[in-house]
Design a protein around this ligand. Sequence first.
Ligand code: HEC
Length: 316
Amino acid sequence: MFSRGPLAAFRKVAQGASRGFASQSATAKHPVQTALMGVSAATAVAAGGALYYLEKNSAHANMEAEGLHPPNYPFPQKTLFGTFDHASIRRGFQVFKEVCAACHSLDLVNWRNLVDVAYTEEEVRIMAEEYQYTDGPNDKGNMFERPGKLPDPIPRPYANEEAARAANAGALPPDLSLITKARHGGVDYIYALLTGYCDPPAGVEMREGLNYNPYFPGGAIAMAQNIFDGVVEFEDGTPNTASQITKDVVTFLNWAAEPELDERKKIGLKALLMFSTLTLIALWAKRNRWQTLKTRKIAFNGPKSWEKRPTPPPKH
Ligand code: HEC
């Protein structure tokens, strides 16, 4: 199977390897030394973990500027293989439409994007037709109004940034298409922000038109609290508490920012399964290929004449 050349090379490698092992074992550490090294490594890891935990969960000196760190909420899409709760996306879009769309745009989402995600095509068509869009110019050169169609964007509340600022006392309601990705803390931050309105602490004066929210960097936000118990009525009978409404709208906003999440995780799972199977096959194939060499014993037998030669007398 092997010609002489490669066989000799293999033998050299094999000898080299066994010599390597021998020299390693000669310099092996004392068991006490090994145990001490283990203990110090474990201590370092534990200390790192404790520091990380404290970093994540304690109050900072500059919390005022950074905002309170949001808690870790159990959104299913945050886990390794977890996907979106699509019923929640559907309820969340209803919340967006009925509450947030009065001030916030959603420029990167078109009506058609909702089809087969949270609504049927027919349902989306009916929702789109409730809005009027300016189109044209037509064959007479005039712009005209027509009902919305599937490829149209979700309508924006203001014509441009100036109009938006003018209507909100100078503050700009940001576009919400990518907001869960655009803010440190993602979905947890948005949830904590929307549910986190409270009275300012003693001694803190709020300027006219600003609201106290400890999760907002600086603590004073131009958006007033707008999610309360019962502010929307869900068609599927889900209790319309403020926390449920907020959870749904945050899930919807997360979908808007990462519509590929479900598919990405499905492909990731497939890739993991495929590559781990291939790795096992590769390991097996390697064993199979090398077994003739790994189980070989090479012995050298001298010529017959050597056996008959008398032992030479010892030299002094
Ligand atoms: C009455 C108008 C209005 C409504 C309704 C409204 N917002 Fe806002 N929103 C604002 C304004 C104004 C800002 C800018 C605040 C600032 O910069 O101080 C803002 C900011 C935000 C921010 C960004 C905060 C940050 O970290 O910069 C998020 C997220 C947000 N709104 C989500 C929502 C959601 C979700 C809804 C619906 C449940 C909603 N808003 C409803 C006016 C509104």
